[in-house]
Design a protein around this ligand. Sequence first.
Ligand code: 3H9
Length: 686
Amino acid sequence: MSITMKADGLTGFVTLDNPPVNAIGKAMREGLMEAVKWAERENFDRVIVTGAGRAFAAGADAREFDGAALEPFLPDVCDAIERSFVPWVAAINGVALGGGAEIALACRMRIAGPKAQIGLPEVTLGVIPGAGGTQRAMRLCGLESALEMIAFGRPLRATEALKAGLIHAVEVDPVDAADMVNTEELQCVVPTWELPPPDHDEAAFTAIREKLAKRSPGQVAPLRAVEVVEQGLTLDFAEAMALERATFLELKQGDQSRALRHMFFAERAAKPPKDLPSAPELTEVAVVGGGTMGAGIAYACLSLGLPVTLLETDADGVERAEANVGKLIGDGVARGRLSEDGEEALRARLTATTDYAKAANAPLAIEAAFEDMEVKKAIFAQLDAALSPDAILATNTSYLDVDEIAAGTRDPSRVLGLHFFAPAHIMRLLEIVKGAQSSPKALATGYALGKLLKKVPVVAGVCDGFIGNRIYSRYREAADTVFMDGSTPWEVDEAMVNFGYAMGPYEVADLSGLDIGYAARRRQDATRDPNRRYIPLADRMYELGKLGKKVGAGWYRYPGGGGKVEDPIVADLALEEAHFAGIERTEYDEAQIVERLTLAMINEATDVLAEGIAQSAADIDLVTVFGYGFPRWRGGLMHYADTLGVPQIVERITALQAEDPVAWKLSPVLADCAERGLSLAEWSPV
Ligand code: 3H9
C-alpha cells in the first residue's frame, strides 16, 4: 500500500512509506483512500500523516507520467482527506514537494519540522500542480507568494512557509506537536477549499509574467500555471480544480515535460558503475596552476573543508594564485555564502607554494595548467616524483591526449582526466576522462570528488575535446559557416538564444577569449582534414587583436567595458572573406540558422556515441545541458534529436550534403538508426 496505519486511542497515524523519498504512486493513493475510510470507521478525532525516512513525500511518482493516469487520482485523494469529518494533520518531517505538498495542503493543519521544506516544483518537470496545489496555495498564502512558489518551483524552508501562511507551526517534533493540538481548536480550522480566493491583482500578474519572460524564456508550464491561478480567481473551487487537472494532464504529455523528466532521471542515473572499488579517502587535494580554472577547483575543494596545496612555478605565480582564490573567497562572503569564520577557515586550509613536496600526502592531484603538452608532461613528472605512488593524478585538460600525458608517468593507471567547466566551483558538469590505462581506482576517485562537489559526473573517452568540446567545435564551425555565407554573429546569437541558450556562440567566445579557440585551431592544423572547408573568420579576428570582452572588442564591441554592441567592421569581415573566396552570400532565417547549428552538433555527437567516447545518448544530454547551456527543457542534444526524429534528421543532413559533402558527411549511426527504426536513445552497437 506504500503507507502504514496505526491507531493510538482516538488518533490514527498514517505514514507515507515508499523509500527512498515516498514518491506517490498508485499504491500510495489507494492506501490513502483506504486510510480516509478507516479513520472514519474508527471515528478518530484526528489523523496524523507523516513520512517515513527523510522525506514527507517527494511528489507524484514521475515514473508513472509516461502512461495514462491511474485511479485513484491524487486530486480525489486530496479532496477525500480535506472533506473527511475526521480532521487530518500533516506532520511534515522532511521535504513535502509537488503532490506531497498537495496532500499536506489538503490537511486541516500543517506542522513542519525545522528542516522541512514545502514547495510546488512541478514546473521543473514541465507540468503544473495537478492535485489542487494552485488553488489551495493561493487561498493559504495569498496571490503573490503563491505565484512565486508555483511559477518558479522553488521550495520554501519551514520558517519561510510559516511566514507565508502555508503552515501553522514549526516544531522540533512535528508528530508530537500534531498530537498535542487541542481537538476543538482543530475542529474549528476551516478547510482550505472553503476559504475565498484572493482578489485579482493585475500588478502581481504583470510582474510574474515579466519575471518569467526573463528567467524562464521558452518554457510553457510556468505561464500555464500563472494562467490557471488567474482563471481560478473567478471560478468556483471545483471548476478551478478541473481546469488545473486538465492543464496538468495536457502538459504531462507534451515535449517539454518529457524532456524535463528525461533530464531529471538522467541526472540521477549519473552514478559510478556498481563494480568500481571504493575510492581512497580524500583528506586533501593538490591543485597545479592557480589561474581561473585552478583557482576555481581549489576554491571548490576548500569549500568542502579539504586542505588544498596550490602549486605554482614561481613566486609571482604563487601571488597570483593566492589573489585568484582570495577573490573567489571574497565573492563568497559578499554573496553571503561564507561567514567570516568560514572565510578564515578557508584561507587557513590553503597553501600556495612552488614546493611540490608540500603536496606529498595528497591522495589526489589535479593539474589545471596551461594547455600545452610539454608543460603538462613536466608537471606530471614533478607530481610523479613528489606524491605517493598511490596518489591519483588528474589533468583538467580540455582537449589534450590524456594517454600521452599518462605515458610520461611511472604508472599510467593512476592518471585520468577531470575536466571541469568554468567557473569550476559553479558549473555542475564534470567529464571524467578515462584513459586507455586509467584504473578503476582512478575512476572511483574522480567519481568520489564529483560526488563531494555535487557535480554531474559523465565518463568520456580520449579524443580531441572529449564529449563536450568535440561537439562544441562543430557548433562553432557551423556558426562561422553560416556567418561567412550570409549571416552575422548577432543574428546567429539571437537565433540560438531564441532556441533556448542563455547566450549565443559569439557572445560566449567573447567571454572566454578568442585566443583560446585560436590556440586550439593551431594545435589541430596538423591533423585537420585538408578537404574540409576552413572558415578563416576567427583567425582574422585574432590577427586584428579582437580577442573578446577582455580587450573591449571581439565579435561584439564593449564600449567603456560595458554591454555588447554590434560591430559593423566584424560583419564586413565576412563580406570581404566571402568575396575573396568567390562565395555568393545568401540570407538565412532564424530556423535555418538553428537547424544548421543543431544538426552539426547532432551529427558529431552521434559519431561520439558510435566511437564509444560517450557511453550513452543520455550522457551526451547531460554534457550539453550541464556544461554548454543547451536548454534543459529540450532534454539535451540527443533527446532533442529524438524529438525531431532520426529519419527527418537523416533527410535534412543528406540535403545539406549538396552544399558541403565533407562537413555534412552523415554519421553512420544516424543511418543505422534510420534503417533499424531506432531512436538515438535506443541505439547500441550490434
Ligand atoms: C507532481 O507531484 C505532480 C502533482 O502536482 C500532481 C499529480 C497528480 N518521482 O534526488 P534524489 C527518486 S510532480 C519518482 O537522488 P535527494 C529519484 O529518481 C513531482 N522518483 O535524492 C532517485 O531514484 P534513484 C513534483 C523520484 O535526497 C531517488 O528518488 N516533485 C521522485 O538528493 C532519490 O532522489 C518534484 O519535482 C519523483 N517525484 O533529493 C520533486 N523524486 O535512487 C522531485 C525522487 O533510483 N524530487 N525520486 O536514483 C526531488 O527534488 C528530489 O528527488 C528530492 C530528494 C529533493 C525529493
